[in-house]
Design a protein around this ligand. Structure first.
Ligand SMILES: [Zn+2]
Length: 398
């Protein structure tokens, strides 16, 4: 495999990738509304010579190259978050502004840039005849922003593909990322007995029952596990709800919403157990529930799941990380930086739920994700395309 040729081809296609990314940015594609951007990606995959392009029942698009024995998947989610306050934007979020070598607009960093580079990596593989004993799937997944990993639960549970390795192309600023914290959404409920508020002793106030639980949750946050790489687990009460017959009645139900970030070694089971211990310690009869995500994809499919997004991390010495590092260092002749994401990605399914070796490498800097400064430098597109074109070779070679 000729490294120089790959780098040269990637540079040659810089303006094609820029144009493709600007097109994707210009197509609004919030979660559940990805159809138009998916069709735009289909057009580009076909133009770039993929062997097969399919759209699955969930609405994910998959471009295949080759039929070899090692199955390599690369993933970019095609949905974006909404614009937020339009007054905070200095550019039109849906124009794909391109100035001084930087593409601006919603989805530029998170993460349509990854898709632009992947599709052109496919073209480079085809044109340079880099195909070996591997099957490459370039995946444009959907609904990630609303429920990360669900698109990949579908791909893996429904046997759409069975990859041996997955590259997540969320923004890493061209670093090699090997994991991130997990998270879950839970609610705790206490039930009381309503009565007239003029004689509260006749009833049982569900809000008072919740109070010691909230105080213990605040203390729990202080003692949650820390991890030198991923950081600390956290828990926070983010919302509180009640039910009461009137303003002059004692509340008969209280519910709190919890945001739980999970570090290495923390699981759904351990997180629920900690809360049950608090119920025991405070002597309050309360229930904990993990919330469900149940929204239709743009194809109309309902594929409900728990809002549990497991932590994943691969050691720096692991094969998948080392092979990504080797790809980077051979291509660019400079040391790779190895890090983690602050946010969550589809890796929670591929690695966290299914244990498939997963690694991150993507154009753009994650600090611009979801912000009105959403942007990607054009030279990142070039480097990422070269990386994606070369990675399959380094992955299957010892
Ligand atoms: Zn993202």
């Amino acid at each position: 495999m000729n490294i120089n040729q790959i780098n040269k081809k990637a540079l040659q296609y810089k303006q094609d990738m820029v144009a493709f990314l600007r097109d994707m940015v210009a197509i609004p594609s919030t979660s559940q509304n990805e159809k138009d951007v998916v069709l735009r990606v289909k057009e580009e995959m076909e133009k770039c010579g993929f062997d097969e392009v399919i759209i699955d029942g969930f609405g994910n698009i998959l471009g295949r190259i080759g039929t070899g024995s090692t199955v390599i998947a690369m993933d970019a989610h095609l949905d974006t978050v909404d614009v937020g306050n339009p007054d905070l934007w200095e550019v039109d979020p849906f124009k794909g502004d391109y100035r001084d070598g930087v593409i601006y607009g919603r989805g530029a960093s998170d993460q349509e840039a990854g898709m632009a580079s992947m599709v052109y990596a496919g073209k480079i593989i085809k044109e340079l005849g880099l195909e070996e004993d591997y099957t490459l799937y370039v995946v444009g997944s959907v609904m990630e922003e609303d429920c990360d990993g669900l698109c990949w639960q579908y791909l893996l549970k429904e046997d759409v593909i069975k990859p041996d390795v997955v590259v997540i192309t969320e923004p890493t600023n061209l670093g090699i990322y090997r994991g991130h914290r997990g998270r879950m959404e839970m609610r705790v409920k206490t039930v009381g007995l309503s009565c007239h508020a003029s004689a509260p002793e006749r009833g049982e106030n569900a809000i008072y029952k919740m109070t010691p639980i909230i105080m213990e949750i605040e203390r729990l946050n202080e003692r949650l596990k820390d991890d030198p790489f991923l950081g600390k687990g956290t828990i926070a009460v983010t919302q509180i709800f009640f039910k009461s017959p009137s303003q002059n009645a004692v509340a008969d139900e209280c519910v709190i919403q919890l945001d739980r970030r999970l570090t290495a070694g923390e699981t759904k089971e351990s997180a629920v157990e900690e809360l049950e211990e608090i119920f025991k310690k405070t002597g309050v009869d309360a229930q904990v529930e993990i919330l469900q995500y149940s929204e239709k994809t743009y194809t109309g499919l309902l594929y409900p799941t728990e809002k549990y997004y497991p932590t994943w991390v691969f050691p720096e010495e692991s094969e998948v990380v080392q092979k990504a590092k080797k790809t980077f260092e051979t291509l660019f002749n400079t040391p790779a930086s190895i890090d983690k994401w602050t946010f969550s990605t589809n890796g929670i399914a591929t690695a966290g739920m299914f244990g498939i070796p997963t690694v991150g490498f993507g154009p753009a800097n994650e600090i611009y994700a979801h912000s009105p400064k959403d942007q990607c430098p054009d030279d990142h597109l070039v480097k990422a395309a070269a990386f994606y074109a070369a990675f399959p070779h380094f992955y299957i070679t010892d």
